[in-house]
Ligand binder design. Structure first.
Ligand SMILES: [Zn+2]
Length: 310
């Protein structure tokens, strides 16, 4: 039975365990959230058969970086087989604090997979001087970065336009970069698609992309299917919209599987030691566009865990 037929029959994603590349834990003060509790998050994951959910803390990039990042560890402790975490870093904090934060989180859990930057909320350009050493931290410790990315909208969104994010991906070719929300607007999504086509280490996630009103079928006329990632933005948004947009789309099931799971599985297997161990048997460990795996930062992350003194 096809994915679309199974959904239409009310069977859900029964044959495919999804991976959510971008979601959150914690509370947010700027608008209403129905229920951000961990138990509700797990309920939502179960509803859509989301096996793994990669979360960042809302508190961490708003008012309290360490306390917020602790919420990510709390989620991992709450449901150890369901959550993976990004470390949120704020460019206005002292670099030594950010460095300590990355090391603290990596030491605390092997399910910490990368860094999260939110240039709009922190009102600082992703390609600015203060972010530069944070990109260096990613390259050194955990070469996967999720960046809030939007084209248009309010003025602070100019801090994270797709071209600025892509500029940093070009500067750090060993770091895999996910453009959160695929640039949001229709124009942003088309720009992200074009940039993903050109830059091997650049990816785009679907959460909030419904606001651009661009059907998945149309998006895939521009974006490489290997570069598009399922993501929910829960608990801001529900998982139903991105899951339904992909699940019901008039595209091959093989492409749906890539978007809903396989692409992110490959990223995790390439960029993180946890993913390498977890997916070793099922995923070829080659990074897009790179001919050699020698000296890749992904291996440095493993070294970091192997040697606690570092
Ligand atoms: Zn988000």
């Amino acid at each position: 039975m096809s994915i679309r037929d199974a959904l239409a029959a009310g069977l859900g994603f029964r044959d495919l365990a999804l991976i959510d590349a971008h979601a959150h834990v914690g509370r947010w003060g700027s608008f209403y959230m129905a229920d951000p509790s961990l138990i509700q998050l797990v309920r939502e994951l179960d509803r859509f058969n989301i096996e793994l959910c990669c979360v960042t803390s809302l508190l961490a990039f708003s008012v309290d970086m360490p306390r917020g990042n602790d919420e990510v560890l709390e989620a991992i402790r709450f449901a150890p087989d369901r959550f993976l975490g990004y470390v949120s870093l704020v460019p206005h904090q002292p670099l030594a604090d950010c460095r300590r934060e990355v090391q603290r989180m990596l030491d605390a859990s092997d399910r910490i997979i990368g860094l999260k930057f939110h240039p709009m909320w922190n009102n600082y350009p992703i390609n600015g001087d203060l972010y530069q050493p944070l990109w260096e931290l990613a390259a050194e410790f955990c070469p996967l970065v999720l960046v809030h990315c939007w084209l248009g909208g309010e003025e602070p969104e100019a801090n994270n336009t797709p071209d600025k994010v892509a500029q940093m991906a070009a500067r750090y070719p060993g770091v895999t970069v996910i453009m959160g929300h695929s640039g949001g607007s229709r124009a942003g999504q088309l720009q992200c698609a074009e940039l993903c086509r050109r830059r091997p280490n650049l990816y785009m996630d679907l959460c909030g992309s419904e606001f651009g009103n661009l059907w998945i079928e149309r998006l895939l006329e521009h974006a490489p299917a290997d570069k598009v990632l399922f993501a929910t933005d829960i608990p801001f948004l529900g998982a139903g919209s991105p899951a339904g947009r992909v699940g019901y789309a008039a595209i091959d099931d093989a492409i749906k599987r890539k978007i809903l799971r396989v692409n992110m599985e490959r990223i995790l297997a390439t960029c993180t030691r946890w993913g390498r161990d977890r997916f070793r048997s099922s995923t070829p460990l080659t990074r897009h566009g790179l001919t050699s795996t020698a000296n890749q930062p992904a291996l440095q992350m493993g070294t970091h865990h192997d040697n606690p003194d570092q």
